[in-house]
Design a protein around this ligand. Structure first.
Ligand code: PBG
Length: 330
């Protein structure tokens, strides 16, 4: 490489057209996924106080918003359910008429081109708010696997394009794969929340999904934020058990993990820009302290640049609309 003054990097930064020509990373709407919260009822939109612009939606309202997302070019939606009934073992999770199952059927009927991903976890369905069944005050790993498998099969039966386990039990990907295959859904892919870190960034989500644990926290099953080598062991296990796609979560504070997992596996990789990341940008923008639209686009570009193929974000529709204007970092 030649040095200054022969090489002047600024030469390629002088105009927008030049910058566009040599841009390395691109955000495209088809690789954005919008998380959505569905609940029972009709004509219902309940705003989530800690997440401006996010709502719990009845299935009819969900179809309206998901159609608008598809029209904006968004590639997929990720569904979470708020059940009418919670109990100790989360039995509503596999109710064939639960909000997620009904929403999947409606979406596949009305918006067939949109990829429908379902979050597979127990925390929205258990009355204690943990991601599995309890024994002696802790989540019982092996007893939870069957329940997750039942939930995943009921999502596949409703027509889910991808199931995405987010519980962080050991062995869940293998258990879900086997159950899907046995039930005739060997074609349904698994997107594993492989490296999911415990921590405060999920706070606003727990308002949205009504899934705050009634006692304790999730540190006995979600990963310790300090660990990066362990993330590679987690993804290796999930691949061995049959994961088709991997996820790192949260995204922004864990960009190094995204890059390591991508380099290590070469697998299709999603990263989840979680509720806390979203709400921090929204709140600062509402105060007028940052340019919300530009920070949104930069935050998403950074996640793509780190190595994520798919970005799961509450900004999906807003970002797709910015991209449609031909902007997005220009
Ligand atoms: C369910 C689940 C959570 C999120 C996605 N799936 C909550 C949690 O683990 O407590 C968080 C998503 C977000 O914060 O946007 N286990």
């Amino acid at each position: 490489m030649s040095n200054y003054p022969d090489y002047r990097p600024r030469r390629l930064r002088r105009t927008a057209a030049l910058r566009r020509l040599v841009r390395e990373t691109h955000l495209v709407p088809s690789q954005l996924v919008l998380p959505m919260f569905v609940r029972a009822g009709r004509n219902t939109r309940v705003p989530v106080a800690s997440m401006p612009g996010v709502f719990q939606l009845s299935v009819d309202e969900f179809v309206r918003d998901a159609s608008a997302a598809a029209e904006a070019g968004v590639g997929g939606v990720l569904l979470f359910g708020i059940p009418e009934h919670k109990d100790a073992t989360g039995t509503s999770a596999w109710d064939e008429h639960g909000p997620v199952q009904e929403a999947v059927r409606a979406a596949k009927r009305e918006i067939p081109g949109l990829v429908v991903i379902t979050d597979v976890c127990m925390c929205e369905y258990t009355d204690h708010g943990h991601c599995g069944v309890l024994r002696d005050g802790d989540v019982d790993n092996d007893a939870t696997l069957d329940l997750l498998a039942r939930e995943a099969v009921s999502h596949a039966a409703a027509g889910a394009d991808i199931v995405a386990p987010s519980d962080m039990m050991d062995g869940r990907v293998g258990a879900i794969r086997m159950a899907l295959d046995d039930a005739g859904y060997s074609h349904t892919p698994i997107l594993s929340y492989a490296a999911k870190f415990a921590g405060p960034f999920y706070g606003p989500f727990r308002d949205a999904a009504e899934s705050t644990p009634k006692f304790g926290d999730r540190r006995s099953y979600q990963m310790d934020s300090a660990n990066s080598d362990e993330a590679l062991r987690e993804v290796d296990l999930d691949i061995a058990e049959g994961a088709d796609m991997l996820m790192v979560k949260p995204a922004g504070p864990f960009l190094d993990i995204i890059r390591r997992v991508k380099d290590h596996t070469g697998y299709p990789l999603a990263a989840y820009q979680v509720s806390g990341e979203y709400s921090m940008i929204k709140a600062a923008a509402e105060q007028g302290w940052i340019d919300g639209e530009r920070v949104m686009m930069d935050s998403l570009l950074g996640i793509r640049r780190a190595g994520a193929d798919v970005v799961i974000t509450y900004f999906a529709v807003e970002a797709a609309r910015v991209l449609a204007r031909g902007e997005g970092g220009a």
